[in-house]
Design a protein around this ligand. Structure first.
Ligand SMILES: C[S@@+](CC[C@H](N)C(=O)[O-])C[C@H]1O[C@@H](n2cnc3c(N)ncnc32)[C@H](O)[C@@H]1O
Length: 290
């Protein structure tokens, strides 16, 4: 059904210079000097793990946990090929699982960092309770996310509307073409919407409140502007994790292709080459058990 080559993993976007630099800058703001044992939650392809390891001079052990085996295999290959952790004698352990039910002993982590994924969890209270459990008293919890109320600077929403509209038209055109050839058209499976995106994104005040309720003291909040160019839109659009949320129920390969192929035309239609997006960055410490 696909007409063009699409890499649907998170890897292409996670290696975009704009993405790596935004995450590097975030990690650079964190108090990591004394961290020996670290949990990289929803570690994906290991971009954050790499940056965190570089920023922790005393790191002895890093755990990465993610739902996606495919992403963790990319991370594993990366660390094996670069030898970045082994050279410094840092032990790496990768675990497949969900971030809100951790196979990790209580009070065993100096720091937990969750890059670009906290918005994917359906129940942030339950997630934070679990992070609180595994952190030692005074331990650091930090996350960043570009999915929160306020993430799109005024005037940029139109890009996203145009992009989704053009991608929908792209899929309808493909459907018409298939039917014209006497083939079955594209079917949407109903009732498969992802829970995490079916609720409103949290605001900064919401995050402060839920962190406080779960025993954390917020130490730092920042909003970082990242400029997304056409290539960024193409690679993040091709990522199955986004495509299946934006076009829930449609064949994910086709949705990925549609988003990848219409990123350029959508930007051209609104007359923009770069689109600012805000990344929320939060650092908190465990103040009490919950
Ligand atoms: C956008 S990627 C971010 C990866 C990496 N942390 C980074 O900053 O580059 C989101 C990751 O969250 C993972 N994920 C989604 N839901 C999860 C869950 N409930 N538990 C653990 N990982 C999850 C996905 O598999 C994906 O690898």
């Amino acid at each position: 059904m696909c007409a063009v080559e699409v890499n649907m993993t998170y890897e292409p976007f996670s290696r975009e210079p704009e993405y790596v630099e935004a995450n590097r800058a975030f990690v650079g703001t964190l108090p990591l000097a004394g961290v020996e044992v670290l949990l990289d939650l929803a570690c994906g392809t290991g971009v954050m793990t790499d940056l965190l390891a570089m920023a922790c001079p005393r790191l002895e052990r890093v755990l990465g946990l993610d739902l996606s085996l495919e992403s963790m295999l990319i991370a594993l290959r990366h660390f094996r090929d670069t030898g970045a952790l082994a050279r410094r004698g840092i032990r790496l352990q990768l675990l497949q699982g969900t971030a809100d039910l951790l196979p990790v002993a209580g009070r065993s982590m100096d720091a937990v960092v969750m890059g670009n994924s906290i918005h994917m969890l359906p129940d942030e209270g339950r997630l934070l309770a679990e992070i609180n459990r595994v952190l030692r008293p005074g331990g650091l919890f930090a996350f960043n996310s570009s999915f929160y109320a306020g993430t799109m600077p005024p005037g940029t929403e139109k890009v996203h509307h145009e992009w989704v509209k053009q991608a929908a038209v792209y899929m309808m055109d493909r459907d018409r073409e298939l039917r014209r050839q006497g083939k079955p058209g594209i079917r949407r499976k109903r009732g498969t919407a992802k829970k995490a995106f079916s609720k409103p994104w949290l605001s900064i005040d919401d995050w402060k409140r839920v962190l406080r309720e779960r025993g954390f003291r917020v130490e730092g909040i920042n909003e970082r502007t990242v400029l997304m160019n056409q290539r960024c839109f193409e690679t993040i659009g091709a990522y199955a994790g986004l495509a299946e949320v934006l076009f829930s129920g449609y064949p994910v390969q086709l949705a990925s292709e549609a988003l990848q192929e219409t990123a350029g035309p959508a930007l051209a239609a609104v007359g923009m080459t770069e689109v600012p997006r805000l990344w929320l960055e939060v650092a908190a410490v465990k103040e009490r058990e919950t």
